[in-house]
Design a protein around this ligand. Structure first.
Ligand code: G3P
Length: 228
């Protein structure tokens, strides 16, 4: 499974990159707004992220355009910022033709806000390089987000789409991840990628039995160092 980080925070991205586990970055308008950045700084901020992670690590930058024409214009402009920019578009009537045009120009689209199999299949068919089904937001409304994710993973895997075969796309990004169990179950069902907020990524690293083991090893090593 590939690990992406779901944040626009530069320090979090630097830390995850230093761990040697970072395969990609996803951002969205909410995550960018949390940095305190302005519209004028948005593109510079995306370039900073691209520079931190290096040109082979995809960075999703979301367009907030609402028409196909504006999405295409945003997509062309954002993708020209750096070779690793992926244009994030929400699944809707405007974004399907925009995705089709951008994909035919070799521009990678991450289709976001995906909550159903038909939405995922339409995104793949239109040429999305990445498809982002949301897990946690289903859980928020007392539905089973992991079951929904598994349905999307299986349905998309049934077909060939042609646009991104050479890169192994379209890939499924498990999005709206909240817990280590979301990551574990996504891996068991074969989802290609999990994009994980930094706090959840840290939870993935830790385990209470690891902490207990570390404490007991440290205590016993003290006995060794104190032995005459
Ligand atoms: O970036 C899309 C997704 O990961 C957002 O997650 O926690 O806002 O549902 P969340």
């Amino acid at each position: 499974m590939k690990f992406f980080i779901d944040t626009a925070d530069l320090d979090e991205i630097r830390t995850a990159a230093s761990w040697g586990i970072l395969d990609g970055v996803t951002t969205n308008p909410t995550l960018y707004s949390r940095t305190g950045g302005s519209l004028a700084d948005f593109e510079d901020h995306m370039v900073k992220i691209c520079k931190i992670v290096g040109e082979h690590v995809p960075v999703s930058a979301e367009s907030c355009a609402t028409t196909t024409e504006d999405m295409i214009a945003d997509g062309r402009r954002l993708s020209a910022l750096a070779p690793n920019i992926v244009v994030k578009l929400p699944i809707c009537e405007a974004s399907l033709p925009a995705t089709h045009v951008l994909a035919s120009e070799g521009i990678r689209v991450n289709m976001t806000l995906v909550f159903s199999i038909p939405q995922a299949l339409l995104a793949a068919r239109a040429g999305a390089r990445y498809i982002s089904p949301f897990v946690g937001r289903f859980d928020d409304i007392a539905e089973d987000g992991l079951e929904q994710l598994e349905n999307v993973v299986n349905a998309v895997a049934n077909y060939d789409y042609g646009y991104w075969d050479a890169e192994g796309g379209p890939e499924i990004i498990t999005a709206s991840v909240r817990t280590p169990n979301h990551v574990a179950q996504a891996a068991l069902m074969g989802a290609d990628i999990a994009t994980i907020p930094f706090a959840a990524l840290k939870k993935c690293l830790h385990h209470p039995l690891t902490n207990e083991g570390l404490a007991s090893f440290a205590k016993d090593w003290e006995k060794v160092t104190n032995a005459k």
